[in-house]
Design a protein around this ligand. Structure first.
Ligand SMILES: [Zn+2]
Length: 336
């Protein structure tokens, strides 16, 4: 039995037809965790959908009304890049409920993993990039409203920048000077061409500190400032990525002490991802997960996990990367 809970429902499936987003991945992760003996049936908890009141903690009433009544404009539906249906809206309400439960479980057990969620491109007033509702933001605001947490930190390792997260939790308007510790650029012996190096920049945070590590030359074109953005060059591999992540985590935790860390464990920095341009291996991605869990564990910060993107040419690779996140959490928790 795992020392933490996995949050899952068959209702996480997104009814979007043939699509680059592998909507069946959630069920496949669930099945593989059981088949490989990583988890047992009683390690899983079934979430309830978030209430409309929960959703309204983050999203504008006009947008929520459109989603509930099916009145998105064709432009809004196109921007979301997934076909609207009432069933699809239900799946997003359930994902938000799953993230709320995962966050509560993280406070109880140190870690809580939702086998879903991580819809970081959803904005208060519209959806984008396969994301309708920002489940992680809803979970943070709900736990704050309940007085369970005061502050949170998002650590977004999806290959795409967390533009919805940055907007929802935007701090001071002005972008601050680049952080003094400019990452592990000295590790790289590549030509002194700054375009080939990563870049770390930051803005001030209020009650939620946002970190995003992403490929610079990728969606979204407009990247609203997170508290720390690490703009990674195309094609970087495991070692450079891990050094940047380590650096971003230490910088973030020097500036901010969160009551909860929300880790978005996107599988799309993988070298064979169809929508990503980094070169991480499956082993490197597991090390990434271990690093996040280890750093949080050392500081006694509870971690809630959501899965965000993953578009590997072979769906089984995406499933394996996501299953490895559970294994990494198990290993780190049992080692300490
Ligand atoms: Zn992504």
């Amino acid at each position: 039995m795992l020392p933490f809970k996995l949050i899952y429902s068959d209702g996480y499936y997104l009814p979007i037809g043939a699509h680059v987003f592998p909507a069946e991945k959630y069920r496949r992760i669930h099945d593989q965790l059981l088949a490989e003996g990583v988890a047992e049936a009683n390690d899983f908890l079934e979430p309830e959908p978030a209430t409309d009141e929960d959703i309204l903690l983050v999203h504008k009433p006009e947008y929520v009304f459109k989603l509930v009544t099916g009145r998105l404009t064709p432009h809004e539906e196109m921007e979301m890049e997934i076909p609207y249906s009432r069933d699809l809206a239900d799946a997003f309400w359930l994902a938000a409920g799953g993230s709320i439960l995962a966050a509560r479980q993280a406070l109880a057990d140190g870690v809580g993993i939702s086998i879903g969620g991580g819809f970081h491109h959803a904005f208060p007033d519209h959806g984008e990039g396969f994301c309708m509702i920002h489940d992680v933001a809803v979970a943070i605001r709900r736990l704050q409203r309940d007085g369970k947490i005061r502050t949170a930190m998002t650590v977004d390792c999806d290959v795409h920048q967390g533009n919805g997260t940055a907007t929802i939790f935007a701090g001071a308007q002005a972008e601050s000077d680049p952080l003094p510790s400019a990452g592990p650029a000295t590790r790289s012996s590549s030509p002194a061409n700054s375009a080939l190096r990563g870049r770390m920049r930051g803005a001030q945070a209020r009650d939620v500190f946002t970190i995003s590590l992403h490929q610079h030359n990728n969606y979204p074109l407009w990247k609203p400032p997170s508290s720390i953005d690490v703009d990674l060059p195309d094609g970087i591999g495991d070692d450079d990525y891990l050094a940047w992540l380590d650096n971003a985590l230490s910088s973030g935790l020097r500036h901010f002490e969160p009551d909860l860390l929300c880790y978005l464990a996107g599988a799309d920095p993988y070298k064979e991802d169809q929508l990503g341009g980094l070169s991480l291996t499956i082993e490197g991605l597991k090390k990434r997960d271990e690093l996040v869990f280890r750093v949080a564990r050392a500081r006694n910060i509870p971690v809630m996990v959501t899965y965000a993107g993953g578009y590997a040419q072979k769906v089984e690779d995406t499933v394996t990367i996501h299953c490895n996140t559970v294994i990494a959490a198990k290993e780190v928790l049992s080692a300490t």
